[in-house]
Design a protein. Structure first.
Lengths: 114, 114
């Protein structure tokens, strides 16, 4: 079946270190892959996305890498800060037709230690 | 407009009662989505509106669930004869029709069925 999943449920890093969160997907038909951050008691917040025809995209302190050969997606956070502590979800989106619904994975809890 | 708002933020109800949640999307957004999120899981798609038209419903949305968006602005999600399994966070998201797939999420309504 179609799914978006994560390799690790938790990740603990020291403040200032780089963080890497991984995600595997199974649906080759996805057009976009998106990373969301969810803090406790809040809704998911968009971080960065990448189109399926790209390999890499950079934002502010974040980089997303897409490896279509092995259907793997990763989020790299540079110089991780305590405010980065949250659950991170990867999601896929297929923009065919009129529905842009997101399919989420289970999430990775990132804890940043001061 | 500061973002997507949802009301109430928390709802505790007894099994068998009906509940209704409201979502106010970002004002210029014509697409509106409802998701459900249980503890430790990613959000799951429930239904989608484009303007006032409900274009897709997930199989997760049983006959006890109904959603409306009568004027293409705010939306309501009603659950009739609530069951303990309905306990979850109900998230609303909206997006515009620019072709971007970025969805903006509200803070959610946490439902507890006792």
């Amino acid at each position: 079946g179609e799914s978006v999943g994560l390799h690790l449920p938790t990740l603990s890093v020291q403040e200032g270190d780089n963080s890497i969160i991984n995600c595997a997907y199974s649906n080759s038909a996805s057009d976009y892959f998106i990373w969301y951050k969810q803090e406790s008691g809040k809704g998911p917040q968009f971080i960065i996305d990448i189109r399926s025809n790209m390999d890499k995209r950079q934002g502010q302190r974040v980089t997303v890498l897409l490896n279509k050969t092995v259907k793997h997606l990763s989020l790299q956070i540079a110089a991780t800060q305590p405010g980065d502590s949250a659950v991170y979800f990867c999601a896929e989106n297929r923009s065919g037709g009129s529905n842009y619904k997101l399919t989420f994975g289970k999430g990775t809890l990132l804890t940043v230690n001061p | 407009d500061t973002g997507v708002s949802q009301d109430p933020r928390h709802k505790i109800t007894k099994r068998g009662q009906n509940v209704t949640f409201r979502c106010d999307p970002i004002s210029e957004h014509n697409r509106l989505y409802w998701y459900r999120q249980t503890l430790g899981q990613g959000p799951e798609f429930l239904t989608y509106f484009q303007n006032e038209a409900q274009l897709e419903k997930s199989r997760l949305l049983s006959d006890r669930f109904s959603a409306e968006r009568p004027k293409g602005s705010f939306s309501t999600l009603e659950i009739q004869r609530t069951e303990q399994g309905d306990s979850a966070m109900y998230l609303c998201a909206s997006s515009d029709s620019s072709g971007s797939h970025e969805q903006y999420f509200g803070p959610g309504t946490r439902l507890t069925v006792t």
